[in-house]
Design a binder for this molecule. Sequence first.
Ligand code: ADP
Ligand code: MG
Ligand code: MG
Length: 870
Amino acid sequence: LKQVYQFDEGNADMKNLLGGKGANLAEMTRLGLPVPPGFTITTEACMSFLNTTKELSDELKKEIDEQLSLLEKKTNKSFEGDNDLLLVSVRSGAKFSMPGMMDTILNLGLNDETVEQLASLTEDEAFAYDCYRRLLQMFGNVVFGIDMQYFENYLTFYKQKHGVKLDSELTGNDLKNIVIEFKRIILEIKKKPFPQSAKEQLYLAIEAVFHSWNNERAHIYRELNHIPDDIGTAVNIQMMVFGNSGNTSGTGVAFTRNPATGENKLFGEYLINAQGEDVVAGIRTPEPIEKLKNDLPEVYEEFARLAHLLEQHYRDMQDIEFTVEKGKLYILQTRNGKRTAQASVKIAVDLVEEGLIQEEDALLTLNPDMISHLLHPEFSKVALEEAVKVSDVGLPASPGSAVGKVCFDAATAKEWAAQGEKVILMRQETSPEDIEGMIASEAIVTSRGGMTSHAAVVARGMGTCCVAGCSELEIDEFLKRVVYPGGQLNEGDVISVDGSNGVIYLDELEVEVTGTSHYFDTIMAWAKKHARLDIRMNAETVSDIKTGLYFGADGIGLIRTEHMFFGAERLIQMRRFILSNSYIEREKALKVILDYQMEDFKEIFSTLNELPGVIRLLDPPLHEFMPTKEEDIVLLAQEMNVSKNEIERRLKELHEVNPMLGHRGCRLGMTYPELYIMQSEAIIRSAIAMKRETGLDVTPEIMIPLVGTTKELSELKEKIELYLDALMEEEDINVFYRIGTMIELPRACLIADQLAKTADFFSFGTNDLTQMTFGFSRDDAAKYINEYVSKGVLPVDPFQTIDKDGVGELIKTAVEKGRSTTPNIKIGVCGELGGDPTSIEFFDDINLDYVSCSPYRIPIAYIAAAQSTI
Ligand code: ADP
Ligand code: MG
Ligand code: MG
């Protein structure tokens, strides 16, 4: 089995085997781009290494040696010998890009002797020793696990002591001293000298990259991004080119379009006379790519040409890493660039307009969940007028408006967030160790580093607000404070951060929802066109309904009527209804509630303007309506003209040990039919009123919840129909209505064929169905579900993403059975899963008619539905 491929043997389709980086290096080589030659060790080799002895097998070593010889021939350089020196980089690269998660080693092959050789060959001692000290540092860190700080601290100390500001001002002699110290650090901490054999360095480095697949940062990133644990990483061994060889050399990172806004213009950063990680690490603040036009005009032209070529070839915005060695440009990496939600819609629309891709392709480039960031609120104009600025010099690295408490380390961020606090993580710069704290934060603020620093890239990837390189902040992580031009912030102080312009404000600013853009509207129109599923909303207030309609909802999938019982006066009447033993009392209470409900329904119907709306009859356990406070009980007793004791006695009577499995849903309708009849009457009277007053033809869809037996449904439906038919006859007017049922008990799924004979429609209540199927209480399960997910007992939280094997199978059964008796029965989903992209794909695949979700998730649902159809 072949485990090593030269770059010219692969192509872009081999990502499984060569990793994303390796496959693209191969593709670029094939396209004839200036890529330093090299070879890739496959992901399969990595997995077999990790699954067996965790040592490089003789076989693999032999193959590596052969490919290395081939590389020596190609480059006419020698890795261990005495000709022109071949140095290499050892670069990890999994199938999916995992920024900053795995480690890279540069200048590998140098030792005490060859560094001298390199110095004389290049006639540049400073350069040679700079390469060597970098190798010691990276090798020490990645292979021997020595904390980078040991090296960094010494470097800073040395520069201070000798009055040197920039790394590039260090002389050959300085760097020689630093190399001696670095070797000493390695020996002291690792108790082993830095290996002088180039081959040994190479083998150890490869093993380290293999092992890094299992480091904690990598695990966390994979969990966060749903990347499987068993696909491994490839290792790329590539001839070094040197960006640190003088003032016509340099290194940089650029996007073919602006990853924050989507603007079609090269966007990036570079550093002259620097190597590799210097740009991303935020150690020196880099220059914007346009400046390269002045520094090295020909290189800039060439780069712009190649960037365009790569974008045309991959038909998507590219994120490109490059290095210039003495005026010669090399491309070291390309991949589809990560971008903000705002940029993603603009780029998708632009690429279609430029004729590079089709609408369908454009929709597929979008991450539905990211779209929600577009709909996020901004700081209100009024609040901004009065706001006090902390700083406005930071870079707008990732948009969003965040408010939270300042903290200075990832652990605190995580801890506070777990307690429900909103936190803002402030650091000089971030590194992969901070990942968990970054996930937990509302925003990330750094004082160093550019638009492509670790903080910026990771924040954009997660859609988290970020301001980077805010250089006027003196962030002291140790003393836990920030000194800014106008004052000082301490841990726990509240600030507001605007990631779209880089401004930071004191205190909490009010937020408001923003409008959408031409690009967003275009995307939504395409999504609607290509989605097979209808998307409805779960909503009952006029403002929510308007929001949903604005986003293109096809109607309402769930109107929860219980919310209509909660106004002060209504609640009293509801309590009176529940707690009274007398039929007359109950009728009186219902009469008052009926009037209220009619007002609500009329409002809903007129806002919906003939779009369909499913109204669920009262569902929650009665205890949710009960008074608990002494004063409320007294008030109710007065209203009902009974003693306080009497109320308390009734409350005890009604107490349930397990209310969620108790007297709720249609069981209420069975014991108090007048309740469901009153609600149905309110619905139909409102529809009649609409018809008479405005001419709107409303077709209410009345939904009976928590049905588990055919009798429940048939009895209730019959009673309601009898009543409504009499009512319409009396009113001498006809409105069309449907009565359907919610399917949220496993038993209901299994008798769906019988239910479908009676029900006019089905709607899956996925929250309850999940709860009842797993026997997980929705209200208390978070604790152990999170643990289950992180330990792999469950692949996902079934309340967030459909459990296909269990709940999904029940739903499928119900759909098949239901349609076996009533082929055209309309079937939808309401509940949390209706807004989750993975679940939507499942619902589309089993041919439901619609999903329903909260108004703000409608755009996400549309895109997910379109992607599923495409
Ligand atoms: P990451 O996945 O963290 O981006 P890379 O493998 O891309 O790591 O390496 C990081 C940087 O190191 C590259 O962007 C490039 O600047 C530098 N680098 C890697 N290989 C070489 C090489 N062969 N010659 C010069 N620089 C290199
Ligand atoms: Mg890279
Ligand atoms: Mg329910």
